[in-house]
Design a protein around this ligand. Structure first.
Ligand code: UTP
Length: 280
């Protein structure tokens, strides 16, 4: 059973400045709900009962969103709003959301390490809030853990020019639908890259990863990189790759966020009409 998940949210959100001085990026809405709600709901669907948010000062609103809220008690709302408020209330009942602080943005690896006291000696899912998928690969990560007892990562085949922007994996062999991996390289040149399979923002780790993270020396900008300990994990214990079969919706930059909003908006028949009427 994989019961715990970590969502790192302590970053500065530089690419969304100045908005992120006031609002955590993870609370920006997609499809009318804060982005983080989609992620927590997906984790809960896959069996998670405890979500650890790694936050920095000023981002407490992320935790508050998942706590009981009686401000709307007794209020009459239109049916569609009642439905979405009830959906949120149900989600809050099904999951225990806690927050831990990362005092300084010392990198993704360091953020994950901040969650170690709450995760303890258990496997856990890790979800990056900028990355959304339809369908979600989370369930397959859990299936990989159940089948192999190894860590697992979501992978997306990227075009050549994008290879140097990602962590790239090396495939030892294929066991459909999984790939068995034996190495990971952070941002390689195209020539040095062992494949074009990029590590995306969904992972499942055994608790041993904390030990590897503690032993990872800080790299660029004094940050502890997650890929370094994934490399150790892949080399020492093996790692399972889960190729993403569907659509990847990125909300990490303003452009990609707007594109995702538009794409989802155009899918809603009522909203499509509104958008096409107002966009020229
Ligand atoms: P990013 O590198 O995308 O950083 O981190 P960011 O803050 O979200 O955005 P920019 O680059 O400044 O615009 C990937 C994920 O890891 C978290 C971020 O919150 C984000 O969800 N993170 C990153 C931390 O929690 N702590 C860190 O030290 C670094």
């Amino acid at each position: 059973m994989v019961r715990k998940a970590v969502i790192p949210c302590a970053g500065l959100g530089t690419r969304f400045l100045p908005a992120t001085l006031a609002v955590p990026k993870e609370l920006l809405p997609i499809d009318r709900k804060p982005a983080i709600q989609h992620i927590v709901a997906d984790l809960v669907e896959c069996g998670v009962d405890t979500v650890v948010l790694v936050i920095s000062r000023g981002k407490e609103a992320l935790l508050h969103y998942f706590l009981d809220d009686h401000r709307l008690a007794g209020k009459r709302l239109p049916p569609e709003l009642t439905q979405s408020i009830e959906e949120l209330a149900l989600l809050r009942e099904r999951v225990n959301v806690v927050a831990v602080y990362q005092e300084k943005p010392l990198g993704l690896g360091h953020a994950v390490l901040c969650a170690a006291p709450v995760v303890g000696d258990e496997p856990f899912l890790l979800a990056l809030p900028d990355d959304h998928f339809r369908p979600s690969p989370t369930r397959q990560l859990v299936e990989a853990w159940e089948k192999y007892g190894k860590g697992a990562v979501a992978l997306l085949e990227v075009p050549n020019e994008d290879v140097p922007r990602f962590g790239i994996v090396s495939v030892e062999r294929e066991e459909t639908p999984f790939l068995l991996l034996n190495d990971a390289v952070e941002k390689p040149t195209l020539e040095a890259a062992p494949s074009r399979l990029a590590i995306m923002g969904r992972y499942l780790f055994p608790p041993k990863v904390f030990e590897y993270l503690r032993n990872t020396p800080p790299g660029i900008n004094s940050e502890i990189q997650l890929t370094d300990s994934m490399k150790t994990l892949a080399q020492k214990e093996g790692l399972v790759g889960v190729p993403v079969s569907g659509e990847y919706l990125d909300i990490g930059t303003w452009d990609s966020y707007v594109r995702t909003l538009m794409r989802l908006g155009l899918e809603d028949p009522a909203f499509r009409e509104f958008l096409t009427r107002h966009l020229h």
